[in-house]
Ligand binder design. Structure first.
Ligand SMILES: Nc1ncnc2c1ncn2[C@@H]1O[C@H](COP(=O)(O)OP(=O)(O)OP(=O)(O)O)[C@@H](O)[C@H]1O
Ligand SMILES: [Mg+2]
Length: 332
């Protein structure tokens, strides 16, 4: 991608634990263009949040980035000093975290928290200007009685309103890239739909690129134009949402799609058989093969490469391996 805003290349994030080495992110490459909305999906534990935390420089010990590069506007974040990087975070890149309650300070009013985030990156702004701007952003994200809510504490707000405060906090500095880690999982479906609609609107109006992390392919279909499917630390399939929904290739993605609830059909929901493997004991060969209904002898022996069944559509599965003589994507 020539106009990439974010280019994650071959990222490795590892945890050295007492029981052994956990490769939570194992050679992941992801690109996002300016203004683009990209989905990252996969079951619990597949490395979605750790990819985001690596990018934000927020990994907790014993986690660390062990290899690869993270280019933002061409600058390698992994080579940046902590001070320089902190300046970029929150200003050019911001994140909505998986647990909204833990990321809001319970003893400070929500308005003040968002104002401080704004002032941190806009030293020339006065407090009054900052307060007015925050109230404006609260209105923009659909917080009713914004001026009154400004003075309330997180516990006084409903889950939906707290999530709107988080979105306001993430949007207040007009970031180029917004990372949303399961921004709506804690909310009921009506509020979820409202929040997604709001994020879509902000994204389109402001031209913000969004990395939408979710385990819900329905959210991706509604929100994103491109998609990366992760499994046990690796990207298994990627491409445009339109292409993957029309021509799903990886058996894992197929399983995820069949697990999306369908309001009309009365069929029992499909479950991918088996469980996500422990990251300490990954199977040999393809890490999905013990759960795969199409697995062949080869899948238990070798790791598949990334193959390209149609332009821009990448699949890590031997079913899509080109005939001998053709080359795989990773060999190019
Ligand atoms: N502190 C830790 N110590 C050891 N391993 C860890 C630690 N934190 C995360 N991991 C490993 O990283 C893997 C990926 O975790 P991550 O939080 O990225 O999953 P996720 O895809 O975001 O899942 P979820 O959908 O549940 O949020 C986990 O399966 C786990 O093996
Ligand atoms: Mg997560």
């Amino acid at each position: 991608m020539e106009d990439a805003l974010l280019q994650i290349r071959d990222l490795h994030t590892t945890f050295y634990t007492r029981d052994g080495l956990v490769r939570a992110v194992d050679g992941v490459s992801i690109e996002i263009a300016a203004g683009e909305s990209v989905g990252i999906v996969g079951e619990s534990g597949c490395g979605k949040s750790m990819t985001a935390m690596s990018l934000m420089g927020l990994l907790k010990k014993p986690g660390k980035v062990d290899g690869g590069t993270i280019l933002f506007n061409g600058q390698d974040l992994t080579a940046m000093g902590p001070k320089e990087r902190r300046k970029l975070m929150g200003n050019r890149i911001s994140m909505i975290f998986q647990e909204p309650m833990t990321s809001l300070n319970p003893v400070t009013t929500v308005g003040r928290q968002v104002r401080e985030a704004l002032l941190l990156h806009n030293k020339e702004m006065s407090r009054t200007q900052a307060r007015d701007r925050v109230i404006q952003v609260f209105q923009l994200v659909g917080i009713p009685d914004a001026a009154k809510r400004y003075h309330e504490y997180p516990h006084q707000l409903s889950g939906g309103l707290r999530q709107r405060v988080m979105i306001a906090m993430a949007m207040v500095c007009d970031p180029g890239l917004l990372i949303a880690d399961e921004p709506t999982t804690a909310l009921d479906v009506t509020i979820e739909a409202q929040i997604l609609h709001l994020m879509k609107q902000l994204q389109e109006e402001k031209g913000t690129a969004v990395m939408m992390i979710t385990h819900n392919l329905g959210v991706v279909a509604q929100f994103c134009t491109r998609l990366y499917v992760m499994y046990a630390g690796k990207v298994m399939e990627s491409g445009t949402v339109r292409e993957i929904f029309k021509n799903v290739c990886h058996p894992y993605t197929e399983g995820l799609m069949r697990s999306v609830p369908d309001m009309e059909s009365k069929e029992r929901l499909y479950n991918i058989r088996g469980m996500v493997p422990s990251m300490l004991h990954l199977p040999k060969g393809c890490r999905f093969c013990p759960r795969c209904q199409y697995s062949m002898a080869k899948c238990f022996e070798q790791e598949p490469g990334l193959y390209e069944p149609s332009p821009g559509h990448l699949v890590r599965c031997f079913l899509f391996e080109p005939e001998k003589g053709e080359e795989s994507h990773e060999q190019k």
